[in-house]
Design a protein around this ligand. Structure first.
Ligand SMILES: Nc1ncnc2c1ncn2[C@@H]1O[C@H](COP(=O)(O)OP(=O)(O)O)[C@@H](O)[C@H]1O
Ligand SMILES: Cc1cn([C@H]2C[C@H](O)[C@@H](COP(=O)(O)OP(=O)(O)O)O2)c(=O)[nH]c1=O
Length: 213
């Protein structure tokens, strides 16, 4: 553990079916086995606003959904993420700002608006963007079942993939330490082993040069 007692904030974003939830779960296990205190969480959060966003994407759309998700994000940072970082945890968050750059745009919201409502969100210590060819993510979603109106078919997978590439560049330009990881060929274990090593490096050597995609 580094000499500062603050933890490390890691976020995972990427298209539906790319492996965010799987990787978050495995990171909790792998980092935990190495003796690091880990808190895994998700956005939308499990608090009231987050549950409204998750379960009512048919009702709330466009700017209303963008603001609802951002409001939940600020509340999540205040009540859950920062307190765990202050207590020295590695916080691993399944979806963060990059998801808004993509999903809200798929919902017709202009990027400057999305950037504005998310501009005060804390910068992660590592912003992982998981990527895979659209045919692969679409097949995984089809096998699992789509969770919502954003994820139906290879066409939306391709649009999502392109938008994540653009989001990664925009966020890197805003100073986010973006790390792109391909899950198309790599198994869940490969991905988790690689990211565990990168995160452990950050914990042990917090002043190491920042990554950029
Ligand atoms: N690296 C991987 N290689 C192959 N299959 C994967 C990989 N990561 C996840 N999967 C599988 O793809 C499906 C979607 O994974 P999930 O973690 O739910 O994605 P997301 O949270 O990004 O939507 C699951 O069936 C999961 O087992
Ligand atoms: C994090 C996030 C979620 N959402 C909305 C759309 C998503 O479909 C919904 C639920 O998130 P999602 O991660 O797809 O939920 P799950 O896989 O657990 O069912 O929240 C946004 O619109 N923008 C965001 O930035």
């Amino acid at each position: 553990m580094n000499d500062s007692s603050r933890g490390v904030f890691v976020t995972l974003d990427g298209p539906a079916g790319v492996g965010k939830t799987t990787t978050t779960r495995m990171l909790r296990e792998y980092l935990g086995k190495r003796g690091y205190p880990v808190h895994d969480t998700t956005e939308p959060s499990r608090a009231l606003l987050g549950e409204i966003a998750r379960h009512h994407t048919e009702t709330y759309r466009g700017r209303a959904l963008a603001c609802l998700v951002a409001a939940d994000r600020y509340q999540h940072l205040e009540t859950e993420v920062r307190p765990h970082l202050d207590a020295g945890f590695i916080v691993v968050c399944d979806r963060y700002v990059a998801s808004s750059y993509v999903l809200q745009r798929m919902d017709g919201v202009p990027l400057p608006y999305v950037e504005a409502v998310n501009s005060a969100a804390d910068r992660p210590d590592l912003a992982v963007i998981l990527q895979a060819p659209p045919a692969i993510t679409a097949a995984r979603v089809a096998a699992r079942g789509a969770h919502d109106r954003f994820h139906t078919g290879e066409c939306s997978s391709r649009q999502e993939t392109d938008l994540y590439e653009e989001a990664a560049k925009r966020l890197a330009a805003r100073g986010y330490p973006v790390l792109a990881v391909d899950t198309g060929e790599a198994s869940p274990v490969d991905v988790a082993v690689y990211l565990t090593a990168r995160i452990a490096e950050l914990v042990e050597r917090p002043d190491a040069p920042a990554v950029t995609a």
